[in-house]
Ligand binder design. Structure first.
Ligand SMILES: Cc1ncc(COP(=O)(O)O)c(C=O)c1O
Length: 403
């Protein structure tokens, strides 16, 4: 008997297949490489068609602030990779975070979060949201009991990064999801450091996964972008905010990011393999006090990373030992200044390795107290490992550190 042929749905393929095939759209020209749709608006065959599109009865394109084939392709591919029903793109990671606040919070509501966050996210939560009557409560990222006890009737969003930037602290996704479900709170995880290539928070029942696509998703330090993926009903609300408020992704940036997803897993795995070697080398360096990297964290943190992530990731932070002669900040700056190969930049997630002094750059605008709570002190250095040969990166570090 001939076997019945079944047509596979894109979401049933494996990650690498989805990364190069999902979301692809071909115009009448039949181009193989997907096009960039540089247009602000789209034409309609009739006034009736224009009306149907504007009210959403006809799913065709309308205006690039809220629909464009290039952004559509990026959103569909990323949704497929995150195992999400839908995805909406934004102009940057920060605008993705702001859109979540605008979509799900009103005056009197509270965000439950943690100090272990990217500096600008802390700024948004502490300096901007309170102006609109929104309160923010902080608990320790790694303490499940604190998350559980801090929930109250006003809590509407639970927001976190795991692994956190820059200290690679790991939150327990299943436990956070359970708290959020039980209390009907929307849980949002910034998956910037892992990307769906290494970790898929929605598989742990988190509601929304958020990205600064500027980082590993682009992977070559070219464009800014952001995205949020999750259930359609939540993404519809966010899409409404992007449509009305305007922080949309440009079609060119969407095309760059869409193409970058094709190589995401290969890059993440290669960069992570190098990061493991470099973290181990740093761990044996005399001048290094502590290395913050999954695998070298506490036993429970390492165990969580193993459950949630397929690889430790490509970010390594390390603190240097204090010296009698020089202050920690001066010594950290000296180490950075003596580096040749690593780029001295605030960005991360590039194919070229980068070195950053968080307390005076990415976390430089938050207060001393906020930095203290986030565990960012002046002897901390962050590395983002790229695609160079790991031994070249180690010899660069060797030249700069006293090991
Ligand atoms: C973890 C994390 N989330 C969000 C952002 C903000 O992203 P963007 O710079 O694309 O606005 C960053 C930027 O470094 C980040 O590291």
């Amino acid at each position: 008997m001939p076997r019945k042929k079944t047509k596979k749905n894109m979401k049933d393929y494996n990650f690498s297949t989805k990364a190069v095939r999902a979301g692809s759209y071909r115009s009448q020209a039949g181009e193989h490489s997907e096009g960039i749709y540089v247009t602000s608006s789209f034409v309609f065959k009739s006034a009736h068609e224009a009306h149907s599109r504007f009210i959403g009865d006809d799913p065709g394109m309308v205006y690039s602030r809220f629909s464009n084939p290039s952004t559509d392709m990026f959103e569909k591919r990323l949704a497929c990779l995150e195992n999400a029903e839908d995805c909406v793109s934004t102009s940057s990671g920060m605008s993705a975070i702001l859109c979540c606040c605008l979509a799900f919070l009103k005056s009197g509501d509270e965000i439950l979060t943690t100090p272990s966050l990217f500096g600008a996210t802390i700024q948004l939560f502490n300096s901007i949201l309170p102006r609109y009557g929104i309160t923010v409560k902080y608990v320790r990222l790694t303490n499940n009991q604190e998350w559980k006890s801090a929930v109250n009737a006003n809590t509407k969003i639970i927001y976190l990064e795991t692994p956190s930037n820059p200290l690679n602290e790991i939150a327990d996704l299943a436990s956070i999801a359970e708290i959020s479900k039980k209390n009907k709170i929307i849980s949002i995880v910034d998956n910037c450091l892992c990307t769906p290539a290494l970790q898929r928070p929605l598989n742990f029942s988190i509601d929304l996964v958020l990205h600064s696509a500027t980082k590993f998703i682009d992977g070559q330090g070219r464009v800014l972008g952001g995205a949020i993926a999750g259930r359609k009903e939540l993404i519809d609300k966010l899409r409404g905010i992007v449509r009305t408020c305007g922080p949309c992704l440009s079609s060119f940036n969407a095309w760059v990011l869409f193409k970058s997803l094709e190589t995401l897993k290969i890059r993440m795995n290669a960069q992570s393999e190098s990061a493991i070697k470099i973290a181990q080398w740093l761990n044996n360096c005399n001048e290094v006090e502590k290395v913050f990297f999954p695998g070298l964290l506490s036993r429970s943190q390492n165990a969580l990373a193993q459950v949630q992530q397929s690889q430790p990731g490509c970010i390594i932070s390390f603190s240097i030992k204090s010296q009698k002669s020089t202050g920690l900040k001066d010594r950290a700056w000296k180490i950075i200044d003596n580096i040749q190969l690593f780029s001295k930049t605030g960005n991360l997630g590039d194919s070229r390795s980068t070195i950053t002094h968080p307390s005076t750059t990415t976390h430089g605008r938050i207060t001393e107290d906020e930095r203290e709570k986030a565990g960012i002190h002046s002897g901390l250095i962050r590395l983002s490992i790229g695609l160079e040969d790991a031994s070249d990166l180690i010899s660069d570090l060797k030249n700069s550190l006293s090991c």
